[in-house]
Design a binder for this molecule. Structure first.
Ligand code: PLP
Length: 436
């Protein structure tokens, strides 16, 4: 089959048989896939037509060590040849899960010490909610079942994770969500306190927050917010869960995002960067206090576990991935290149009138699109998707966020060099210029 016919066939089969996650299925039916990727190397992805792109999103905020890392493929192969799968249910165990749990405990903020593995971020958050509710049952406080989260938050698509997600379209997708979820304005401590007072602390299990909101538009909490949240949770006896699915494993220039705030949660969820997307893995790290309390109160089976909790190959890949992050000093690189990314955004902002607020911390950042920079007035129809489409033509992948805003977000791989940041900024500038 000729190359052209092969592409045509793939487009046809994609439209006919493949339901894309988080997609417009009508648009997908009409247009087919916009790119069929075939290979990746470093910060670059290549599609089936041979076009090359800077992966300005690390794909889904996850390919932290970049594409095409042979060491990770070898770690997967070696583990699969030795022990492809064995269960971790009940008393069974294996070395990759034990070593990875130990490694993550050593990297996590002090106090966080015991790990429950899942296959991804949604399952990690569902696990944290269930453990929080189970903990309160064991403590003889069965009414403590409510979970509070923040508007514009994204916590995934499992039933509990969707229920906690503050971005309303995800919840509106179905009207059969988990009960007892409440939302507070993402920057208002006052509102958090009000909800606690209204609902009654004795009905609340946990509060969940991303250290920096990712899918909601790379939104930073006001200074001091996290410390105040920790104080309030302590005051009312509510467990604090941080969702580090995007911010973990170096993304923000520290190993975990919450380190910027110096706050220690009771549970911390992770996924994505733990394997840089080379295998499916997530999990929850519990504080030593919570872990010990669960041990002392628990009298029967912990009725919660996924077949792939602690998958040997995924754990082996995660261990090698963390070794790469450490030996190549990628956390430090994220911090340094984040400064370059922000100054690149500022440079574009100084030339282009439609760029409003720009922000970045480490290698997670965003530019706001405005009609009038002085007043902050927005375009009636969001312009960010046009910039993203134009960036694609320039060979740059980035993402538009249009929930309640008009923003383009970025999260390039942590291996990116100073020169590659300049290349990213150059392509972005051309895209903005073409749309302006
Ligand atoms: N939490 C956050 C902050 C996320 O960004 C995501 C995914 O983007 C999730 C949870 C869900 O993770 P997964 O898609 O692996 O289930």
């Amino acid at each position: 089959m000729s190359k052209k016919n092969n592409i045509q066939e793939l487009i046809h089969l994609d439209k006919k048989h493949f339901i894309h996650p988080t997609s417009s299925i009508a648009q997908q039916q009409a247009n087919g896939p916009s790119a069929i990727f075939t290979e990746g190397k470093g910060i670059y992805l290549k599609d089936i037509q041979g076009h090359s792109y800077i992966d300005g999103m690390s794909s889904l905020w996850n390919v932290n060590v970049g594409h095409g890392r042979k060491e990770l493929a070898e770690a997967a192969k070696e583990q699969m040849e030795k022990l492809a799968f064995s269960s971790c249910f009940s008393t069974f165990s294996h070395e990759p899960a034990i070593r990875l749990a130990t490694k993550i405990a050593s990297l996590a903020p002090r106090e966080l010490n015991a790990v429950f593995f899942t296959s991804g971020g949604s399952e990690a958050n569902d696990t944290a909610f269930k453990l929080a509710r189970h903990y309160w049952l064991l403590k003889g406080k069965p009414n403590r079942q409510k979970i509070i989260s923040r508007t514009k938050s994204y916590h995934g698509v499992a039933m509990g994770a969707t229920s906690a997600t503050g971005l309303k379209p995800f919840r509106d997708f179905t009207n059969s969500l988990a009960p007892d979820f409440y939302y507070v304005d993402g920057s208002s401590i006052e509102e958090l306190r009000n909800v606690i007072e209204q609902e009654g602390a004795e009905t609340l299990a946990a509060f969940i927050t991303e250290p920096i909101q990712g899918a909601g538009g790379v939104n930073f909490a006001p200074p001091g917010y996290m410390q105040e949240v920790r104080r309030i949770c302590d005051q009312y006896g509510i467990l604090l869960i941080t969702d580090e699915v995007i911010t973990g494993f170096g993304r923000t220039g520290t190993f975990f995002g919450i380190e910027h705030d110096g706050v220690i949660p009771d549970m911390m969820c992770f996924a994505k960067g733990v394997t840089s997307g080379y295998a499916q893995l997530g999990g929850v790290v519990l504080s030593e206090t919570l872990h010990q309390e669960l041990i002392s109160l628990s009298r029967e089976t912990l009725f919660h576990g996924y077949t792939y909790s602690g998958h040997p190959m995924a754990c082996a890949v995660a261990l090698k991935n963390i070794e790469i992050i450490e030996t190549e000093k990628l956390v430090e690189n994220a911090k340094l290149r984040g400064v370059d990314l922000l100054s690149g955004f500022q440079e574009i902002q100084s030339k282009r009138n439609i760029i409003g607020h720009v922000r970045a911390l480490g290698l997670i950042g965003a530019i706001q699109i405005v009609k009038n920079r002085q007043t902050g007035e927005r375009f009636q129809t969001p312009v960010a998707p046009l910039i993203v489409a134009e960036a694609m033509k320039q060979g740059l992948i980035c993402r538009a966020v249009t929930f309640d805003q008009d923003t383009v977000v970025f999260a390039p791989p942590l291996i990116i060099t100073k020169q590659e940041i300049a290349e990213l900024i150059g392509r972005l500038d051309k895209a903005v210029a073409a749309v302006e």
